[in-house]
Design a protein around this ligand. Structure first.
Ligand SMILES: *[C@@H]1O[C@H](CO)[C@@H](O)[C@H](O)[C@H]1NC(C)=O
Ligand SMILES: *[C@@H]1O[C@H](CO)[C@@H](O)[C@H](O)[C@H]1NC(C)=O
Ligand SMILES: *[C@@H]1O[C@H](CO)[C@@H](O)[C@H](O)[C@H]1NC(C)=O
Length: 458
């Protein structure tokens, strides 16, 4: 989707964690298909597969299937068989979670909601209509029928003036996810938020702006988790800054998890945030220009992230961005004693940075490093450490093939993989050449057998 495509290049998105997530969701889809196919007997398998391809997979649920609890096809691109969808929902009294894709229009949504009064989790697909129409009036009635909805998401396509139909169920919402809804912004978005006083989780695009985040801060006193994603740069140009982050930290005392894509940041803001929210367990900040310094002082962000590490004693996950020197790793190693997962890019000056980090963070399990000047000395300082970790990812750093080979030789229980996607490297060539992408992880099973050809296990 548009919002996600713009992440490429901002974050170590090509890392195996991300790939695993993608693979997992494809696997789930495949498993579901196999399950349906198995259910119907193998003789219909071919027929089932072609129906899925045509978008008629919904009619493959047997008529006797009445125990469906959750149905999520929000990410499917194709059309769906709307009549089959309505029939399936009508015979599923236990349905609690339903996430639709863009192909389900408003009149069908309305008729579905009438048949599913016990929904707790609703993902709206397309939401385009004229607020004066008959369908809209019926929708308002149908929504009035769904007072148990606690989690609302979707709105992949939207005509904002219709949104007020949903204001009815906002007071009880604990989760609102508009991370794929670039059509909802400005006054309509703020109006919606003002009705959501019980939100605990909010995923939103940065087109909400600092002003919108101030409304979140003054409205959502129970907020525990917020993610602010970048919107498609070609659509909107409003973005969030340090002001929005500070507002959230002072208005939402229960906040403990944040992912924040912003245009700029300051150390002063990070220090205030650290003071306001000492209970952060996950703090992920991404400045859209990853090497940008403090917007007021032009300094690196060492002091700001140092303050987060110092006051948030329970911090388990951290992603840092902006200009950072070795000093920040000294702070992280010194204070972030519970840290389990760290992602960094374009940070540090010398091997000492990575060494301070590895020496200090005894509980570190996953470390992702991209575009940092860390080399062989840092990698080989304490190879035993990797046996206490799940994985280390390093890309575009200063590590050489020789060092990776020597690490693999010393530590037979680690898989050291070189990912050579674009054939930048020649395995038989010079061992002093730099490694573009390295991934290492602890294993009891030896080298994996499913690796594609461009992955070399040393
Ligand atoms: C909120 O939830 C309570 C309990 O589930 C219910 O009685 C009430 O009608 C709901 N109110 C709204 C505005 O959704
Ligand atoms: C929010 O919506 C997106 C798009 O549908 C989805 O990928 C994501 O998992 C949702 N997040 C939550 C917490 O439901
Ligand atoms: C942080 O968590 C502790 C323990 O759960 C709680 O007592 C305290 O009030 C919280 N602090 C803030 C600022 O919410």
């Amino acid at each position: 989707m548009s919002a996600w495509s713009s992440f490429q290049g901002l974050f170590p998105i090509s890392s195996p964690w991300f790939l695993l997530v993608v693979m997992a969701s494809q696997l789930m889809a495949l498993l579901l298909l196999l399950l349906i196919a198995g259910f119907l007997g193998s003789w219909t398998c071919k027929k089932t597969m072609s129906k899925i391809i045509e978008g008629h997979w919904l009619s493959c649920f047997p008529d006797t299937c009445t125990s469906l609890v959750s149905l999520n096809f929000a990410c499917l691109k194709g059309e769906v068989n709307l009549a089959a969808l309505e029939r399936l929902i009508a015979r599923s009294p236990n349905l609690r979670s339903l996430r639709l894709n863009h192909a389900v229009p408003l009149d069908v949504l309305q008729s579905i909601l009438t048949r599913a009064p016990h929904l707790v989790d609703l993902g709206v697909g397309s939401y385009v209509n004229d607020p004066d129409s008959e369908t809209y009036n019926k929708l308002v009635m149908a929504i009035r029928n769904c007072m148990s909805v606690k989690s609302l998401s979707g709105f992949l396509e939207v005509a904002p003036p219709c949104l007020s139909a949903f204001h009815l169920i906002c007071p009880n919402l604990t989760s609102l996810n508009l991370s794929y809804a670039p059509g909802i912004h400005g006054a309509e978005l703020i109006k919606l938020i003002r009705h959501c006083r019980k939100l605990q989780r909010l995923w939103i695009l940065d087109c909400i702006g600092d002003g919108g985040l101030e409304v979140v801060a003054s409205t959502c006193k129970d907020l525990q988790e917020i993610r602010v994603f970048p919107s498609d740069p070609y659509i909107g140009n409003a973005a969030v800054t340090e002001a929005g982050l500070v507002a959230l930290s002072s208005g939402c005392p229960k906040l403990h998890s944040i992912l924040y894509f912003c245009q700029q940041m300051t150390n002063a803001a990070l220090i205030t945030v650290a003071k306001n929210c000492p209970n952060f367990t996950r703090f992920r900040l991404c400045i859209l220009d990853p090497t940008k310094p403090d917007a007021e002082t032009n300094q690196p962000f060492d002091e700001g992230f140092g303050a987060i590490a110092r006051s948030c004693k329970g911090l388990r996950r951290l992603s840092m961005a902006g200009l950072l020197t070795d000093q920040v790793f000294l702070y992280i190693g010194m204070y972030a004693k519970q840290l389990e997962m760290l992602s960094i890019a374009f940070a540090g000056n010398t091997d000492k940075g990575m060494q301070d980090l590895l020496n200090g963070c005894k509980k570190l399990r996953k470390l992702e490093i991209r575009d940092c000047p860390f080399g062989n000395a840092a990698l080989l300082m304490d190879v035993g450490k990797y046996e206490t970790m799940r994985s280390l990812w390093m890309s575009s750093c200063e590590v050489t093939l020789e060092a990776c080979k020597s690490l693999a030789k010393k530590m037979p229980r680690l898989n050291v993989e070189i990912i050579n996607e674009n054939d930048q490297m020649d395995v038989s060539a010079d061992d002093r050449q730099k490694v573009e992408k390295m991934f290492l992880y602890r294993t009891l099973a030896g080298r994996r057998k499913d690796a594609p050809e461009f992955v070399w296990t040393l």
